[in-house]
Design a protein around this ligand. Sequence first.
Ligand SMILES: [Zn+2]
Ligand SMILES: [Zn+2]
Length: 347
Amino acid sequence: MRAVLFEQYGEPASVREVSDPHLTPHGVVVRVEATGLCRSDWHGWQGHDPDITLPHVPGHELAGTVESVGPRVSNWHPGDRVTVPFVCACGTCPTCAAGDHQICEHQTQPGFTHWGSFAQYVALDHADVNLVAVPEALSFATAAALGCRFATAFRAVVQQGRAAAGEWVAVHGCGGVGLSAVMIAAASGARVVAVDVSPQALDLARKFGAVECVDASRTPDTAAAVLELTGGGAHLSLDALGSPVTCAASVNGLRRRGRHVQVGLLPSADGTTPVPMARAIALELEILGSHGMAAHTYPAMLELVRAGVLRPDLLVTSTITLDATPAALAAMGTAPGAGVTVIEPWA
Ligand SMILES: [Zn+2]
Ligand SMILES: [Zn+2]
């Protein structure tokens, strides 16, 4: 099969002919029809993810059709249209037994713990636990966007953040996760303040339902701007970018008893990020993390997509080939662009 491969961190990736993925007893091999290009792929390529071993094929937000099925899989058959959360769970550890597949103790992540979906085929383990059926009405490109950024945003806003109608929700960083969060919070009836350095990203945020926008490139203190626009602070605030600056701004823009959800990854050399905990005490803030979303909670999200309340299709702003992917991966570092880029490996 053809795949995007890199042999050294930060060195240009290339499209190669590699061997097809290996089928496990509980797993499936999926023919990849669409796979999203995410900033996490760029972090992996840069060497920020300890799960990755070289050489490596990135790609973790995918949709496609089941090609072959392991002997211990009961629910899936060749030809089924499927997607997966980027965290694939074991289904049997105590955490999975409690329903928290998104933080499984033995999780696998395509494109991180093993070769991913910037390829014509990808192997996925524990298919009965992790696969999600993609309705005919949903295109593969849209379904691919669900797997990482949209589902991650859904859990952050709805499940962890508990966004409620009438509340102020601040979203710091309007890339794929952030724009998804804007759309989901607005659909929940919240009033959304979007914060980003890019006017294009803020234009999209406004289109997706943000009622206020803060241009961080011209606003030195974005937390103060959020406090002012919301009349005392957001009820819920997300750091959807993942940086010490946006994390602190998110916490500092909350009102009393507000909720901060950290959803953007925070890669740092020493593994720690300063958080304004004195404010967390004084204002009785909740500081929450959010990590993907369990496959078994997808139906509630898919129902809102089916009803047209949520429009993940609007997030897909460009579609590229496998051959164009190495350059696009490199560009994620400097110019992540607005919206979601989807790769079609068979185009
Ligand atoms: Zn991702
Ligand atoms: Zn587990």
